[in-house]
Design a protein around this ligand. Structure first.
Ligand code: SF4
Length: 393
């Protein structure tokens, strides 16, 4: 399966140099959101990487070569680290594009954001799981987080920072997706990313859509891609969906009939129509060919290196090895890049080379890193239109 125009290809050797490096600077956070990957705690862990160790980590990231990976400082809440501005300043000074992913606490305010911008911050990512305080705060389990998020979003935009909005999709908030898309269109964002649940951390308790519903959601996200810049997190089969939709579009075929889309797709589409999210406003941006361990690496607060923040298997620790050697040479990272190791439907799938499924979700669901992705409903070989046009790009 050729990626064609349906997947954006990172023009670098992803086995040698990641495109994105995410570091969990701390697990401390004043919030305790119901879905938290990090199972955040109120206080900082004495074992977390200190300032000098973080500087050394950033030096190691720069040593991957040019262009340097984007470096995202996440948490917990990065604002729990008093050295956050120093970290951003240092990263910027050695050439790293710096991003921060803060929690919606009182620390997320125009003064602290201006300090980050002055230190050299390029981008900010914020969580938004509902289009109103009522829905978002209920989803997060914490009153006031919607307004703080909106205030931080607006302030960051006014300061010229790029903003990524992240939305976790569950059965409790899936009908908010069109309203969130509308908000993203109105306020403006670099990216809107829909997180497809991985049953890990506190997310284990959330109400995940079925695989068939995820097909509906991803097809809706594809449609929204011509209104706002959509992407997915742990939704690797969005690349397969994008490919299918591009092919159907070229052939003038109806995606509902061809892909068997269901009532959720129809109701999201109707809502979007009612909100005026119909006329194309931008050129759709194809998903990037980056996946866990293959263009992407996560470092925990204690320095453990993982292919994804949702995959609790470590390939080594930056306190005892370089990130470069772990990323390039470890058995775990080499294995996760090898599509011939995939099993079940992912192992038989003609889209495996551009998708491969979520290894984090496969592991969380079955204990087998290479099992099929349980939130993908695709039956390998069933996309006949794809076979007819395979190779045509
Ligand atoms: S079966 Fe696996 S490889 Fe194929 S599209 Fe689904 S998740 Fe991707």
């Amino acid at each position: 399966m050729r990626a064609g125009h349906s997947v954006r290809v990172v023009h670098q050797d992803r086995t040698e140099r990641p495109f994105l490096v995410i570091w969990e600077a701390t697990r401390a956070c004043a919030l305790a959101c119901v879905h938290c990957r990090a199972e955040a705690i109120p206080d900082r862990d004495p074992q977390e990487l200190g300032t000098e160790a973080a500087f050394a980590l950033m030096d190691d990231i720069v040593a991957f070569g040019k262009p340097p990976p984007i470096f995202v400082i996440t948490g917990g809440d990065p604002f729990e680290r008093p050295d956050l501005a120093d970290l951003v300043r240092y990263g910027k000074s050695i050439g790293l594009p710096m991003a921060v992913s803060p929690s919606a606490t009182q620390a997320l305010n125009p003064v602290s954001l201006a300090a980050m911008r002055d230190a050299g911050l390029t981008a900010l990512s914020l969580s938004l799981d509902g289009s109103t305080a009522e829905v978002h705060d209920a989803f997060r389990g914490i009153p006031g987080t919607f307004q703080r998020t909106m205030d931080g979003w607006n302030a960051a935009r006014e300061m010229g920072l790029k903003v990524q909005i992240n939305s976790t999709v569950t059965l409790a908030n899936v009908h908010e997706m069109p309203e969130i898309a509308s908000l993203v269109r109105n306020v403006g964002a670099m990216t809107w990313s829909a997180f497809m649940l991985v049953p890990t951390g506190r997310g284990t308790n959330l109400d995940a859509p079925s695989a068939a519903q995820v097909e509906d959601i991803m097809n809706f996200l594809y449609d929204m891609g011509q209104i706002v810049p959509t992407r997915t997190t742990e939704g690797h089969h969005f690349k397969r969906v994008s490919y299918q939709r591009d092919v159907l579009s070229k052939l003038g075929l109806d995606p509902v009939a061809e892909l068997g889309l269901g009532s959720l797709y129809l109701s999201l589409t109707e809502q979007a129509r009612d909100l005026g999210l119909v006329e194309p406003q931008r050129v759709r941006r194809a998903p990037l060919n980056v996946s866990s361990g293959n263009g992407f690496v996560f470092i925990s607060h204690t320095g453990e290196v993982h292919p994804s923040g949702f995959l609790p298997i470590s390939a080594g620790n930056v306190n005892s090895s370089t990130l470069r050697s772990i990323y390039r040479e470890s058995e775990l990272f080499a294995g996760i890049r090898d599509v011939t190791l995939l099993k079940g439907r992912c192992g038989e799938c003609e889209f495996a080379s551009i998708c491969g499924g979520s290894r984090s979700r496969a592991y969380a669901a079955s204990g087998d890193l290479f099992a099929e992705d349980p939130l993908c409903g695709y039956l390998p070989g069933s996309f006949k239109a794809g076979l007819e046009t395979a190779g045509s790009g």
